[in-house]
Ligand binder design. Structure first.
Ligand code: SAH
Length: 276
């Protein structure tokens, strides 16, 4: 007898015992694998499929269960491997196959990570999902660079903005960003740095306010370039910094010299011994 066609298999009583798929939108942190949450590490060790972005480093992918399906979703300016709607369709498809899917995203899934859009798709498609926060670049990178985002003497507020250019222009609330005693953290702003510097000065931020750009923060390739709001574009160009870079502007950056502690060039610390 010939095998049942696939459509009938779906109604097979065995199907009822099949696991129900679920998607975990997981933040992988800014780079250093030690900054993963315990929950993220446990989910990676149990996943059937992991769909990851380019900002997720190899040290983190090593924690994925052997035998799990690994799918690179890309997402780098000008180098999209999968458009967002295909990523959405892919995670839905994997979950419908009954898989435990980890959608692994750099930093925190809900901060400039399109996690909101992916969660909306899952909700609309009736797929179970959970969201696991991660350490966002602003938080992780500033700590490793020795720049406190707030400080009683220097900044009473902190704002995160995206410097991603849309149609070659930046449409930010410059009056708000230029306020004094506020730290401004800009994601995806490397290409627009000269424009950011110009606009903030034009809207009243002092040209001599300290500014930093951190390349590949929290990793052993971390580089920190500091200057003033006026000088930072030129300094960054001199050093030829490349993405991913985080821009931090505000009086708090003056503390960087005193508080820098992370020696990116040092050999990786030996794995911490676990006493028996
Ligand atoms: N969801 C992520 C942000 C994704 S947008 C988060 O919460 O961190 C990508 C941007 O984040 C990069 O262009 C860069 O501005 C910043 N970024 C992420 N990781 C970084 C790192 N290790 N060092 C410097 N900037 C980083």
């Amino acid at each position: 007898m010939s095998k049942s066609p696939p459509i009938l298999q779906r109604f097979d009583p065995a199907g009822e015992r099949r696991r129900v798929g679920r998607v975990f939108l997981v933040g992988a942190g800014p780079g250093d694998p030690e900054l993963l949450t315990l929950r993220a590490a446990r989910l990676l060790a149990q996943a059937d499929a992991v769909v990851y972005d380019h900002l997720v480093g190899s040290g983190i992918l090593e924690l994925v269960r052997k035998g799990a399906e690994l799918v690179y979703a890309g997402k780098e300016k000008c180098r999209h491997t999968l458009p967002q709607d295909e990523i959405n369709a892919l995670i839905v498809r994997l979950a419908r196959q009954g898989k435990q899917v980890v959608r692994l995203k750099g930093g925190d899934p809900f901060i400039f990570g399109r996690g909101g859009e992916e969660a909306e798709t899952l909700a609309e498609e009736g797929i179970d999902f959970e969201i696991v926060p991660g350490i966002t670049a602003a938080s992780g990178v500033s700590c490793y660079a020795g720049i406190p985002l707030t400080h009683r003497d220097y900044a009473q507020s902190c704002v995160f903005a995206t410097g991603h250019l849309k149609d070659d222009s930046l449409n930010l609330d410059w009056d708000n960003l230029a306020r004094p005693r506020q730290t401004v953290v800009i994601y995806m702003g490397l290409g627009a740095l000269p424009e950011i510097s110009r606009q903030l000065i034009a809207h009243g931020r002092m040209p001599d306010v300290p500014a930093a750009v951190v390349e590949q923060g929290t990793t052993h390739s971390q580089r920190v370039v500091t200057g003033t709001l006026a000088s930072i574009p030129e300094r960054v160009a001199e050093q030829a910094l490349k993405s991913p870079c985080l821009i931090i502007i505000g009086e708090v950056v003056a503390l960087q010299q005193k508080l820098q502690w992370f020696d990116a060039g040092a050999q990786e610390a030996p794995k911490r011994a676990v006493s028996a």
